[in-house]
Design a protein. Sequence first.
Length: 268
Amino acid sequence: MLQKLTGLLTKRPRNAGVAPRDDGARLALPEKLPRHVGIIMDGNGRWAQNRGLPRSAGHAAGTEALRDIIQACDDWGIYALSIYAFSTENWARPKDEVGTLMGLILRYFQSEIDELDAKGAVIRIIGDVDGLPDKQRDVVNRAMERTRDNDGLRLNIALNYGGHAELTRAARRLAARCVAGEMKPEDIAEADVENELYTAGLPPVDLLIRTSGEIRTSNFLPWQAAYAEMVFNPILWPDYNREVFLRDLHEYASRDRRFGGVKKEEGQ
Ligand code: FPP
């Protein structure tokens, strides 16, 4: 089914995708698409537990779902995708689960880099790369270096990421510039803060999706998602796929974004 569906889509068509709905009808890609989608891929553990499998099986299945969503973003011409793969808080998980995740991350970059590069993806790790184990740090640095001049999907992978840590880092960097006499504290503008974030140069998150039914954002892109539309989808991440994603994109398209203002007709 998925293959048939993929066959209907040519590479990076704008607004030309279709996917089946639950009732079997085909759902077209909405006209209004987010430029930047953030995803909190939650529910791997529960997915595995529901099947009597170890949590590692859930993370492995989650990696497959991720592949599908990256391909959908590429097919549908979404500019940027940011995914939460490993938070600064995830180090507190049992040692063997951290080991499993680190192993998956290493294998993911080793096995996917050729295809991601061929698609033209620009990989950016958001998070403290220096705090990763040596092998993971090397493989992600190589992936960033290799894809930096590409012009396709901006793929931000949050590894060892925390929003508070990111903002603290930005504050330190700005403070250092003030101490060096490069700028004055009173001159610090929002754009200066943005330029010190891992996502510098990228548009803000328009749509933030969290799977598994949890209704919180867990320290993911607090600055960048300040005006994001939120979709909390009850589906567990390994079951998420491009058809569900398309429905979430329709949900986004149906929202009235006012950015603190009023509806056009009300403001007239
Ligand atoms: C949350 O589910 C998921 C994670 C902490 C890891 C997400 C990682 C992947 C999808 C795969 C690895 C990513 C890359 C880039 C290779 P959970 O374990 O908290 O699920 P639970 O809430 O049901 O326990």
